[in-house]
Design a protein around this ligand. Sequence first.
Ligand SMILES: *[C@@H]1O[C@H](CO)[C@@H](O)[C@H](O)[C@H]1NC(C)=O
Ligand SMILES: *[C@@H]1O[C@H](CO)[C@@H](O)[C@H](O)[C@H]1NC(C)=O
Length: 434
Amino acid sequence: MNLTPAVVLLLTLVSVCAAQVVSLPFSTARRVPWQHKSVGKMLEPPRPLRESLHRPIKHFSKPYQKPIRDFRINATTRDIKLENYFNKLYCGSIHIGTPEQDFFVALDTETPITWVPSIHSPSKPKFHLFTRTSKPYNNESSSTYTPNGRPFGVDYGPGQVSGYCSQDNVVIGGATVNNQVFGEAIIKPKMFEDSINDGILGMGFGGSNTGKEISLFDNMVNQGLLPAPVFSTYFNRYGSNGPDSMLTLGGTNPKYYTGDFTYVDLSRPDRWQFEIDRIQVSNDLLVSCWNQCQAVVDSSSSVIIGPSFEVDRLNRRLGATPLERDPKLYTFERSQLKSLPDLEFVVNGKKLIMTGEDYANQIPGPHPNQYFSGIVGKRFDSEETPVWILGLSFLRTYYTQFDKGNRRIGFAKAATFPKKFFQLPHWGHTAADS
Ligand SMILES: *[C@@H]1O[C@H](CO)[C@@H](O)[C@H](O)[C@H]1NC(C)=O
Ligand SMILES: *[C@@H]1O[C@H](CO)[C@@H](O)[C@H](O)[C@H]1NC(C)=O
């Protein structure tokens, strides 16, 4: 997916990687961890789906080998703690092989492939100041390794990751998934070399690009390791100062949300995509997506992305000001934050509300008292159906239940927790601080 230069610029500006910490000078712009780009796209998908995205697709293939009632009744939900890196990257641990080799992987709800760096890659292992040394996966030192060799590739927008598949046992959340096929990355773009994560935990809906590999999540379900084919996400908003972010496999964790879920059926068989009825601002209906549009929830995007012309209107309606040197980017003044209108996504007849604090204050702007708007425009190709991308700023506001068994997504208001510590200067301050 190609973003306009403006979007790339913004996404680049908001990027941070662990080695750089604290301030966000414009000169760091080149070092981009993978997530700030658009949706990761599988290279050469097996069954390119060209159906009209306006029409919900009725006939889904069955992803599971067993009917849901046969899932092991003893299985419990499993919490995987995620570490929040600057509200851009949420990473957790997985272990591959026997004996276990440890990897720190970023959660991606858009692509289904889990991959880690390979010892056979020419790039050098990473060393992260104050944090950890990454070691690539070494097939030779695992007694449970089985060769596979099929190629894999994922296009993250500005760069592609590619390599080949291998098979080994994977431990996640205390569960051992036997004979999991995963990617050994041989070629990685620079953005991955600079970011804290070793690889990706692929929680996307679809199949692999060879059409043969079964995702880690589906194997957990097939191997009876989960009580239900559901996972849920809680992303904290305070960087490392907040409560743990949490991926819950097999269900939901009630500690992290309040109220009831609003459910919406998926509109595609291969993606966490659904229909939005309307996007409105404080009950004003005529702002954006006034007669239904498509959206995906995507933890690999830090912002909300929509069609440029609609996003321009939306940002103006919210009170944002275009940046002089690049009017496609919008900013809010800190003084505006407390009086910003609500942004409302109407989904399945119910309003999912984001306050100014949810959409406006997450990305520090060009000046200390400015923030970039977390809603960014993208030009879609003429034959492409525009799809809104509800990235991390949305996912931090709404606890999200990815219900693969029922092919639906549920949203409940994320619980709020106090911050643990004082804030780092400039980064991540919220309206509540002022
Ligand atoms: C469930 O747990 C009990 C006791 O731990 C065990 O005996 C039984 O085999 C388990 N059932 C399944 C289906 O795993
Ligand atoms: C490990 O992987 C390399 C590269 O794919 C391969 O040449 C080698 O045979 C593998 N080792 C084993 C024990 O299979």
